[in-house]
Ligand binder design. Structure first.
Ligand code: SF4
Ligand SMILES: [Zn+2]
Length: 123
């Protein structure tokens, strides 16, 4: 489990990191009854998503992961993060309206860039 706090110098990635963190917290609190700290499974998912962002080749130009041309998530983790997004998405609108607005109205509309040389992303 990663305990280190990660800071992204790119505003886009920093915002995305806050968005996924907020969504996983909503999910964990309501589905797993946690109050502040995430449960083991949700912490694992958050750590994994964080690592994906650390390694994301698109940096400031990143669209949403759902629109990505690379899809670097392992299939099982992709399914888990989708579950979280489906559940927490509607709650984000009133709990974190700025993040929800930016995700839906700005990031999701940004065209997903292609890699200059398409490469396999490894875990
Ligand atoms: S799915 Fe695409 S946009 Fe999301 S972190 Fe992986 S490479 Fe970056
Ligand atoms: Zn949980």
């Amino acid at each position: 489990m990663t305990e280190a706090i990660i800071y992204f110098k790119e505003r886009r990635l920093s915002r995305e990191h806050k968005t996924i963190e907020s969504m996983i917290h909503i999910y964990c609190e309501r589905k797993h009854g946690t109050k502040q700290d995430l449960c083991v499974q949700c912490q694992e998912l958050f750590d994994y998503a964080t690592l994906r962002l650390v390694k994301c080749p698109f940096r400031e130009d990143k669209s949403t992961c759902a629109n990505c041309t690379v899809h670097c998530y392992r299939p099982e983790m992709r399914e888990r993060v989708r579950d979280v997004m489906r559940y927490s998405g509607p709650h984000m609108l009133y709990k974190h309206p700025y993040l929800a607005f930016m995700h839906l109205a700005v990031d999701d509309r940004r065209e997903a860039p292609e890699l200059p040389h398409r490469q396999e992303q490894s875990d």
